[in-house]
Design a protein around this ligand. Sequence first.
Ligand code: ZN
Length: 208
Amino acid sequence: MIDFLFLDVGICYSCKKEEIYKYHLCQKCLDKLDYRGNSFKLSDNICYSLYFYNDFMKKLIADYKFNRNTCLKDVFSDMLYSFLVDNDLTDFDYILASPSSRKTVNKRGFDHIKLIVDSFSDKLEIKKLDEFKKVKNTKSQHTLNRFERSENLKGAFSLDKDINGSRILLIDDLITTGNTALEIIKELKKRGASEVVTLAICSERSVN
Ligand SMILES: [Zn+2]
């Protein structure tokens, strides 16, 4: 019983067996991740992605999003925060968590990317762009063809704030086609943002 009470202290947030090594994960779990530290362009905008979306990352994200293992937010926020600080990517006017629609948040019980961003935005002293909202409940992009994809996202976002000349850091969990991120970037630029840099935890694209 006493062992059970102390189980969580210093123990890996994923396997809940081994001692924490880094980012609240043990060495074994970290080794299962495929770090890339890639950067690529979405249209003309730079996008960084930390890990390849391999089976273990898939499991980690699913555990967090769908099994509501919300303590994993600390794992992801530590990864993102370390990358931003190590690469001197801290000079932004706003940070934006890629928004989910209200319907998705209600269904899931929490706003999964916002929860991650909330736990490191204060440390970076970057203001959050919470006014940027997803107002349309869109379909999953990968089920649609090219035309349907752009139609699907049309009018999906709203922003009631002047962001003219701002530099914005967009945070996402997974970049697949890059379509959704690009739509958000376009929306921000249309409203006068001077630069939008995207950072994702992982992507299905592999540059190296
Ligand atoms: Zn572990």
